[in-house]
Design a protein around this ligand. Structure first.
Ligand code: UDP
Length: 471
């Protein structure tokens, strides 16, 4: 049976849009497909990210409720060099009392608490209440395997991971190149590394792990998580691939200039360029990217943000100060020269709607996992341009394992990607056979993803299994 209308699940979302989106998507899925009542508890800080206003998040009205917890203040605990993962974990830790009060105040006590992987400190609350507890990793099985195995690597490996001469081995899984390790593993002396190792130790204390992937996308890794003896000795709990879950299309509005522009472009001809909710490039890289796009003569939509170096507010203030409407941080006259083929969208775009438009033929992306799924579930191949978090692993996975992406010869976090290379990548993705082959592959994945979510599909069954255990 797939209906679990007797169940109430609470899901904790760590701060930030990149974390709230996958949690709400999971909540909607539980409600719409399994009739589960869901309460999302969102950890917030006093400074709300500006995107939250721009994002018109669809929420299942009858069954899903989002509670924004009272904001936590961690200013006394952090300094200017405190890294993102540390901040996230501190916020969740500071929020524990308000999480507990919010659960106590519910008219009906939840039957289970789900947390995302930054929220594992909240698992003891579920234990106190004697309810089921699950960790949701809104990423791949491969990243999940690395996270739970990191405490072992921590014991076995001396020195920095990035300095290792050999790939990092995770039993049964594709090895990880030292330069691809996740952000919190880059510096073992930083607090965020300790937080990451702790996370890896706490995840196996839950009743099971959900991740946003599916059997056919990562068969080997999922099998390793289930059957590899060494891995099982560390994480002896069930793992559930439940994806590809992604946001539904949110109409950009009837008068959207962007969509009517797309409507006028040929099928599969437009390259969409965007770096997620937080990705920014240096001034030099912005210049090369602009030239690369222009030289490629391909159609594009580029979500532009002022570069990281230089004062950001300068760029904002002088945004219309050029001879045309080219932002000052892009090459002079760029907007005029690319007027017929390109669109610049400041800050934030309706990404899912763009990627599902037939005119879009490629996505130059930072490879955040939500963006990646939004791309491949629309049959759109990618130029992989990883920036932070686990994105270098995602890029390697997409290029080497799945075959739906091309990537620059240098790591964008280490070196500037030159204009000629960007030109070449854009052409090969949109115009050449290679791009066409990857598009076919992405379309197959789109279908396999849909199958896994359909009645009787593997992800559908995974979810039913979890819910039967809770119920
Ligand atoms: N997003 C969007 N418009 C933008 C930038 C981002 O709608 O201009 C959405 C995107 O569709 C995705 C999420 O924000 O759902 C970004 O998540 P992802 O995991 O790709 O990257 P993160 O922002 O966490 O690095």
């Amino acid at each position: 049976d797939s209906s679990f209308s007797n169940l109430h699940v609470a899901i904790l979302s760590s701060p930030g849009m990149g974390h709230l989106i996958p949690v709400v998507v999971l909540a909607n899925r539980l409600a719409a497909h399994h009739n589960v009542r869901v309460t999302v508890l969102q950890v917030t800080t006093a400074v709300a990210p500006p995107e939250s206003k721009l994002l018109n998040l669809h929420v299942h009205k009858e069954l899903v409720q989002i509670i924004q917890l009272p904001p936590v203040d961690i200013s006394h605990l952090v300094g200017p060099s405190t890294q993102v993962v540390t901040q996230l974990c501190l916020m969740v830790r500071e929020a524990l009392p308000v999480i507990r009060s919010a659960i106590d105040a519910m008219d009906r006590r939840p039957d289970a608490l789900f947390v995302d992987h930054f929220g594992t400190d909240a698992l003891p609350i579920a234990a106190e209440l004697n309810i089921a507890k699950y960790v949701y990793v809104p990423s791949t099985a491969w990243f999940t395997a690395l996270t739970v195995y990191c405490p072992v690597l921590d014991q076995e490996i001396e020195g920095e991971y990035v300095d290792q001469l050999e790939d990092l081995r995770i039993p049964g899984c594709k090895p990880i190149r030292p330069e691809d390790v996740v952000e919190p593993m880059l510096d073992r002396n930083d607090q965020q590394y300790d937080e990451y190792v702790r996370m890896g130790k706490q995840i196996p204390l839950s009743d099971g792990i959900l991740f946003n992937s599916w059997e056919d996308l990562e068969p080997k890794t999922i099998q390793a998580l289930r059957e590899n003896q060494t891995l099982r000795s560390i994480v002896n709990i069930p793992v559930y691939p439940i994806g590809p879950l992604r946001r539904p299309i949110e109409p950009a509005g009837p008068t959207s200039e962007l969509i009517s522009w797309l409507d006028r472009q040929p099928n599969e001809s437009v390259l969409f360029v965007s770096f997620g909710s937080g990705g920014m490039l240096s001034t030099e890289q912005m210049t090369e990217l602009a030239w690369g796009l222009e030289l490629s003569c391909q159609r594009f939509i580029w979500v532009v943000r002022p570069p990281t170096r230089g004062r950001m507010d300068d760029a904002y203030l002088s945004i219309h100060n050029t001879s045309d409407d080219t932002p000052t941080y892009l090459p002079e006259g760029f907007s005029t020269r690319t007027r017929d083929v390109g669109l610049l969208v400041p800050t934030w775009a309706p990404q899912v709607e763009i990627l599902s438009h037939p005119a879009v033929g490629g996505f130059l992306s930072h490879c955040g996992w939500s963006s990646t799924l939004e791309s491949i579930t629309n049959g759109v191949p990618m130029i992989a341009w990883p920036l932070y978090a686990e994105q270098r692993m995602n890029a390697t996975f997409l290029v080497e394992e799945v075959g739906v992406a091309v990537r620059p010869g240098v790591l964008p976090t280490k070196q500037v990607v030159g204009r000629e290379e960007i030109e070449r990548l854009a052409r090969s993705l949109i115009e050449h056979k290679e791009g066409q082959r990857m598009r076919e592959k992405a379309k197959q994945l789109k279908l396999s993803g849909m199958d896994s979510l359909g009645h009787g599909g593997s992800s559908y069954k995974s979810m039913c299994e979890i819910l039967s255990k809770i119920g």
